[in-house]
Design a protein around this ligand. Structure first.
Ligand SMILES: Cc1cc2nc3c(=O)[nH]c(=O)nc-3n(C[C@H](O)[C@H](O)[C@H](O)COP(=O)(O)OP(=O)(O)OC[C@H]3O[C@@H](n4cnc5c(N)ncnc54)[C@H](O)[C@@H]3O)c2cc1C
Length: 469
């Protein structure tokens, strides 16, 4: 093995790729990672999870100071928002975390190559040949195993002309440097609602346009209904069941959004947030004989193997929820499979969180999925209205909904709308991983006063014996 030969080469340093690389190095493999962007961390760190949550936190604080502090007897005068400072804070968080990944690579003796990786359709006794191209030229590496972790990009929509100044993807929406007067958000999924919340809290009049007849269409219907009402009460406008046919910069300023059978809108900004598409551009998968599925994703078996020998794929570029923690689990399991012949992810227990205020979070099956598959179930609901800690926070919106098997009582799904729902859902995911019943949770002593008591009460409600409701 020469110095440019590795046991494992990972293409893409997002949460799937960099985490998989670290796990492989821990297991003793000689690992290289190829990343085209200067900062590692992928979509999640550079233009996704982290910067969006930073802006959500800043805008939440501004909104709370403006509308909620007075309830606590706190008077604020001359409140302003400095968007430049808010963006600077966000960028600092991103940079610090990116540098953290660099040190983790050093600690684990992982070699990083900056450039675009592609297959050249050649194998040597040291494995697949990968070309890394950057401004300085091209380097060729060989890897016994290759993991493709090239992630995803914003999905385009016919008739929408993205220019990232007027008509934006989420990447552009994280860089808006002045609070727009009006904004149309196309798509009421997690990204659309989070960005709608950021700018609405800062004073933008936001209208969310959604093709389906509900917000967060993939989540449990009780979550969809509740979140729509809460966000509407917060001042976000919704037009549901509408088809946007065109959105572009308008010559007289701002944008125009054309909606089938409805009056056109003239917002200052438009955000296109209709989902993400697998990114395999420039990889030259054809040289390996790999054909992507109809949605552009790389087909893999249960061990992340593609149709090409010793070539694996993980994260957003394969089937499954496009979430950072799912990509990380893929990365760990794939590295363990390559190094040890074992490695597994339980895709029935991948939590999902929407970081609006309050948050929405879910794990396991929705009620509709249980109905559709004729699984008998019981429901336990508990409202935060009856939770002491929620009262002290001054936010009693939302509920915990637990679904358990009607015969075995095993927990099948937990759905939460409420403050810190994203943290609370971890208890449900852990319980489900241990195949817990609702009775198991109901019998666990939960600290008082905590929001987590609402999970215990929902578990008790499955058996009709919630104490506080
Ligand atoms: C606005 C927004 C908010 C989000 N919020 C959340 C959230 O709160 N929670 C959550 O779980 N998920 C969230 N996501 C989704 C999350 O970011 C993705 O699921 C996650 O980043 C996928 O990880 P990945 O490793 O598969 O790919 P990515 O993170 O997309 O990383 C792929 C990497 O590969 C690199 N690359 C691509 N091609 C090449 C090549 N040929 N050569 C070298 N490098 C290459 C790219 O530059 C990139 O760095 C959000 C996404 C967005 C856009």
């Amino acid at each position: 093995m020469n110095e440019l030969s590795y046991d494992l080469i990972v293409i893409g340093a997002g949460p799937g790729g960099y985490v998989g690389a670290i796990r492989a190095a821990q297991l003793g493999l000689k690992v290289a990672v190829i990343e085209k962007e200067k900062l590692m961390g992928g979509t999640c760190l550079r233009v996704g999870c982290i910067p969006s949550k930073a802006l959500l936190e800043s805008s939440h604080n501004y909104h709370a100071a403006k509308h909620q502090f007075s309830d606590h007897g706190i008077a604020v005068q001359g409140l302003t928002i400095d968007v430049a400072a808010m963006l600077k804070r966000k960028q600092k968080i991103v940079t610090v975390l990116g540098k953290g990944i660099e040190s983790l690579f050093k600690k684990n003796a992982i070699t990083r190559y900056t450039g675009t990786g592609r297959f050249v359709g050649e194998t040597t006794e040291n494995g697949h040949v990968i070309a890394v191209a950057n401004n300085e030229g091209e380097t060729r590496l060989t890897g016994k195993s290759i993991i493709i972790a090239t992630g995803s990009v914003s999905s385009p929509l016919r008739g929408i002309t993205v220019d990232e100044t007027h008509v934006l993807t989420s990447t552009g929406a994280l860089e808006i440097d002045q609070v727009p007067k009006t904004m149309a958000v196309i798509g009421a999924g997690a990204i659309g609602l989070e960005m709608a919340s950021v700018w609405s809290r800062l004073g933008t009049e936001v209208t969310v346009l959604e093709y389906m007849d509900k917000v967060l269409p993939t989540m449990d219907q009780d979550i969809s209904k509740n979140m729509q009402k809460i966000l509407k009460d917060q001042g976000i406008n919704f037009q549901l069941g509408v088809k946007v046919t065109k959105a572009e910069k308008h010559p007289e300023g701002g944008c125009v959004v054309e909606i089938d059978g409805k009056e056109a809108l003239r917002p200052e900004k438009v955000l296109l947030a209709v989902g993400r598409a697998a990114n395999t551009e420039g990889l030259r998968l054809d040289t390996l004989g790999i054909t992507c599925d109809a949605r552009g994703r790389i087909p893999v078996d249960t061990h992340f193997s593609t149709t090409a020998r010793d070539v694996y794929a993980i994260g957003d570029v394969i089937e499954g929820p496009m979430l950072a923690h799912k990509a990380e689990e893929d990365g760990v399991a794939c590295a363990e499979w390559i190094a040890t012949g074992h490695g597994h992810v339980d895709y029935n227990i991948v939590p999902m969180v929407v970081y609006t205020d309050p948050e929405a979070a879910a794990v396991g099956k929705t009620e509709q999925q249980l109905k559709d598959t004729n699984i008998p179930y019981k429901v336990g609901m508990f409202p935060f209205m009856a939770n002491g800690r929620a009262r002290t926070y001054g936010d009693t919106s939302g509920f915990v909904k637990m679904l358990a098997h009607a015969d075995t009582d095993r927990i099948l799904g937990v759905h939460i709308v409420g403050k810190h729902a994203g943290d609370l859902i971890a208890e449900a995911a852990s319980a489900m991983a241990f195949h817990a019943s609702s009775e198991d949770i109901a019998r666990v002593c939960h600290a008082h006063p905590t929001l987590a008591e609402a999970i215990k009460e929902a578990a008790m409600a499955v058996d009709g014996r919630a104490i506080h409701a």
